[in-house]
Design a protein around this ligand. Sequence first.
Ligand SMILES: NC(=O)c1ccc[n+]([C@@H]2O[C@H](COP(=O)([O-])OP(=O)(O)OC[C@H]3O[C@@H](n4cnc5c(N)ncnc54)[C@H](OP(=O)(O)O)[C@@H]3O)[C@@H](O)[C@H]2O)c1
Length: 495
Amino acid sequence: MSSAQGNEPSRKATVLVTGATGYIGRRLAQRLLDNGGYPLRLLVRNRHKVQAALLGRVEICEGSTFDRPSLERALAGVETAFYLIHAMGGGGDYSRLDRESAATFRDACIAAGVRRIVYLGGLGVRQTASRHLLSRIETGEILSARPGEIETIWLRAGVIIGSGSASFEIIRHLIEKLPLMITPRWVRTRTQAIAVDDVLSYLEAAISLPHQGDVVVDIGGEPLCFQEMMEQAAAVMGLRRMLVPVPLLSPKLSSYWLLLFTPIPYGLAAALVEGLRSETVVQNDNATRLFPAIRPVRYADAVRAAMAELEHRQVLSRWCDSSGGQACDIKDHDDPAGSILRDVRVVPYDDGQTAEAVFRAACALGGPNGWFRYNLLWRVRGLLDKLVGGYGLNRGRRDDTDLRLGDALDFWKVVDIRENKRLLLYAQMKLPGQAWLEFDIQPTQLVQTAHYLPRGLLGRLYWYAVLPFHSLVFPDLARTVVASAAKTTAGGGRL
Ligand SMILES: NC(=O)c1ccc[n+]([C@@H]2O[C@H](COP(=O)([O-])OP(=O)(O)OC[C@H]3O[C@@H](n4cnc5c(N)ncnc54)[C@H](OP(=O)(O)O)[C@@H]3O)[C@@H](O)[C@H]2O)c1
């Protein structure tokens, strides 16, 4: 693993991390806190999404880059502000939102007297940039458009390899599931992937970088094409895989391929495929010149580290942690009282079981643990969801037993979790309405409720069309949660 640059910051002024509930931001906040030295403030859209390990040790400021007063509060007294935000994923005109967000943030930073913005964007050049990359480039240009008033360190990374990163999840799922892969020609396009730990080292070192003015720093490991990355990752995983590039596979077909075999939804798969079609290699030597102490690990070691984090259940963040949209995905979804259709199942439990065990059994659902007897029906529902552009079931879970607020759980999101009392999941599948699944753990019974708020006539028709499946799946689910709680209570162990 590489080490961060040795320059000590001149002052211990407050550092602001935005995007602190996202893939990079979560890890950066944890890294800065672990390494100490900086009073840390997080700007988040929902404070309940902040991981427990940070609570009480950082200042949390709720707000958004579209809300100037919240930015003013978050930026007061800040010397370095990390910009780790993007609007991609919510569909619509994300480029415009990205531009507005960056301009508002930059102006608020200048007004607050912030010395430096550190931004992480994407590697690549404008001429061949995908729409997504273009938006990342525009963001960097906007953040650094007032050089006399604030300086911007603009780091640019391509594929990031770490447990839970979208690119690594794609590579891992394809390798695990497909011994032989017919691949598009762009698997020969070169890129310079980088380990997430190295990205964090550059970000951390950027706080104290003794450089004045704006600078663009391209970061990456050794140049490899996607085919070599797949082959090396397969070797690390101890598997033999064969890739056969053919000229016929269009980007659209490739995106559908990723949709079927990986947890990535169509929109993100299409953006990644588009990005992989043109070379993304470093365009300057500023990384070695300005950060000589950081030596990015080799790609195979980055894969090894990511696999080790998975094996040791140390996945700190995942690509699906953030909302991927214009609004926070768990805000205002923690109260299904407005739903008008419900499926309620009450299962009493006796003295042999504890509320704690029932809660743990509910929290262990999904991912590799599955959904009990009607797993196949859940899988079919997941597949249908994937086919209409949803997440499907294979986002899985971050950890086999632990759940935290905001975690993705197959096609659900955890929107409320109260120790030994309540687990509330919000459906992120494509639906003509809104749905929740609630486990209310009462002292002597489990009350499991599927809530549904239909949208229009289609919404109601959907509910009645799936009633026969509900009558199989939901009673089984509630009964089996309680039954597996009985087993753990008797065995005294975890699920
Ligand atoms: N991940 C990669 O593989 C990768 C590769 C190269 C470059 N990068 C760059 O790294 C940066 C961070 O990416 P990421 O993967 O960490 O993103 P991410 O996981 O999607 O997280 C985005 C974060 O931004 C927050 N956010 C979105 N809109 C906001 C707004 N208007 N106001 C306040 N917060 C807002 C989200 O909050 P919610 O939780 O509320 O949604 C979330 O915390 C991006 O610039 C990206 O281009 C990432």
